[in-house]
Design a protein around this ligand. Structure first.
Ligand code: HEC
Length: 167
């Protein structure tokens, strides 16, 4: 009698492992961006700063970070960027600082955008895979259809990358 609840717990745990856990794992793998399967790289928040950026009309503060491969390419002025390059653009809401009029600080994170260089996998898009994430979830396919079109039209001469290194 007293053992029975324990067995129930064990059975429930097993049921969880067999049913919920694999679907969770599947979901994690499926969190890559539509069209490209790009995921948020582990540890990107510790990467080096390439440059900040700002765009009129967007009430955001932005920075672009790069992994080691990206930073080496920037320093050596290597173009096109080698396979393994990853660029991450972070954006936050632009929030007034209460203490000083006219000063702004980052508020809520808005998007994390990623470009991954893999010249074999992403042949049709200049060798770049794109990912746009909001609260860690990939944006829809329609948004991912716009990425390369704009980068291609405006940044082709710099391997489809807008950002230059800010020394
Ligand atoms: C309308 C044009 C436009 C579209 C569409 C666009 N971008 Fe960009 N992207 C830019 C510009 C301009 C920059 C330069 C930095 C900035 O403005 O913040 C940039 C910068 C970036 C960067 C930093 C590297 C670089 O090229 O400077 C990444 C990563 C990025 N975009 C990813 C994406 C992703 C992912 C999408 C699609 C979901 C996307 N972009 C769609 C214009 C665009």
């Amino acid at each position: 009698m007293t053992r029975r609840p324990k067995r129930c717990v064990a059975a429930a745990a097993l049921a969880f492992i067999l049913t919920v856990a694999p679907s969770r794992l599947g979901r994690t793998e499926g969190q890559g961006s539509p069209l490209f399967g790009v995921t948020i790289p582990t540890g990107y928040r510790q990467w080096e700063l390439i440059a900040p950026s700002h765009e009129a009309g967007f009430d955001e503060l932005r920075v672009i970070l790069g992994n080691d491969v990206a930073m080496r390419a920037y320093r050596d002025a290597t173009l096109p960027f080698p396979d393994g390059t990853i660029l991450v653009k972070l954006a936050w809401k632009h929030v007034p600082l209460a203490e000083i009029a006219g000063a702004f600080v980052p508020g809520r994170a808005t998007t994390v955008q990623i470009m991954v260089k893999d010249s074999r996998r992403y042949v049709a898009t200049g060798g770049w895979g794109f990912g746009r994430f909001i609260n860690g979830e990939p944006a829809d396919e329609a948004q991912h259809q716009t990425c390369f079109a704009c980068h291609e039209a405006n940044a082709r001469a710099h391997d489809y990358v807008f950002t230059r290194f800010a020394p």
